[in-house]
Write a protein that binds this ligand. Structure first.
Ligand code: DOR
Length: 310
């Protein structure tokens, strides 16, 4: 086992890197590319009970410091991703679930549970999609979020994770963490989803970058690294019995190392994976091994969560 080997909820992974849900994981072809990449694990596109076309195109755009998207949850439907999990062999697999209602989430969780127990796949419940018109982000409504997690955990007696939106206020870190700490099945928190409802404007054309929602969409990439790191560390400090998965602004080993120092057990790559393709995992793994060696670290646990304060 190499220096980047680590374990997550009892599963060994060859390295802490995987795709961010949504990137390169919607179709069978996408998933095959991830499965054959160097990533230590992988996650499927957030699914709904029924297949969805998503929002009108263009719905993703590269921007000066990252990306903006308003995909609107295009996906092949829960049954497809569940069947993928049944047939999948090899690296650890996460299944992202993002129902259009509480009942949809409860239904998918119930149906996924036997597959999770049989195959070891792990549910990541997405409570933070910013892009479906008329559907507010559940993660910003603490009363509704508690109800979702109570209902899902009442039918799902296996460990699962929650994909969170970025929070920006210490009181919100405290309130959200208190909810997660009430629910033992919530085993990890993935911080963060895209920073919702940004607006990217091109001065030459005086036009927005994407078509849905008059150009409003979730920001990813360099724009969001410090916000992502703050959320990882805030929940790492407040939820000592949970794991944290970092997501936001990772392009190289440098940003990945920052996430792990802040407390992340795994690190997801979104915008940079979309821009560079699955070869990014080989590059980041190679860079990360060099960085660890230069710093004299032998294992991930030597520095995970060991961020110093002044
Ligand atoms: O940025 C995002 N885009 N986050 C989500 O949770 C969903 C996705 C989409 O499909 O719009």
């Amino acid at each position: 086992a190499g220096a980047l080997t680590t374990t997550f909820l009892g599963h060994q992974v060859s390295n802490p890197f995987l795709n961010a849900a949504g990137v390169l994981c919607r179709t069978p072809e996408d998933l095959l590319q991830l499965a054959s990449s160097v990533s230590g694990s992988m996650i499927t596109k957030s699914c709904t009970v029924e297949p969805r076309e998503g929002n009108p195109e263009p719905r993703y755009a590269a921007a000066p410091y990252g990306s903006i998207n308003s995909m609107g949850l295009p996906n092949l439907g829960f049954e497809f991703y569940k069947q993928f999990a049944v047939e999948h062999r090899g690296k650890l697999l996460f299944i992202s679930v993002s129902g259009m209602s509480m009942d949809e989430n409860v239904k998918m969780a119930k149906d996924l549970l036997p597959v999770a127990k049989e195959t070891g796949c792990i549910m990541e419940l997405n409570l933070s999609c910013p892009n479906v018109p008329g559907k507010p982000q559940v993660g910003y409504d603490f009363t509704t979020m508690r109800e979702y997690l109570q209902r899902v955990s009442s039918v799902y007696d296996a460990p699962f994770g929650v994909k969170l939106p970025p929070y920006f206020d210490i009181a919100h870190f405290d309130q959200a963490a208190a909810i997660f700490n009430e629910i033992p099945q919530v085993a990890f928190l993935t911080c963060v989803n895209s920073l919702g409802n940004g607006l990217v404007i091109d001065v030459d054309t005086e036009t927005v970058a994407i078509k849905p929602k008059d150009g409003f969409g979730g920001l990813g990439g360099r724009y969001i690294l410090p916000t992502a790191l703050a959320n990882v560390n805030a929940f790492y400090r407040r939820c000592p019995t949970k794991l944290v998965v970092g997501c936001g602004g990772v392009y190289s080993a440098n940003e990945a190392f920052q996430h792990i120092l802040a407390g992340a057990s795994l690190v997801q790559v979104g915008t940079a994976l979309h821009e560079e393709g699955p070869q990014i995992f080989q590059r980041v793994v190679d860079e990360f091994a060099l960085l660890m060696r230069a710093k004299g670290y032998n294992t991930i646990d030597d520095f995970k969560g060991k961020l110093k304060t002044l």
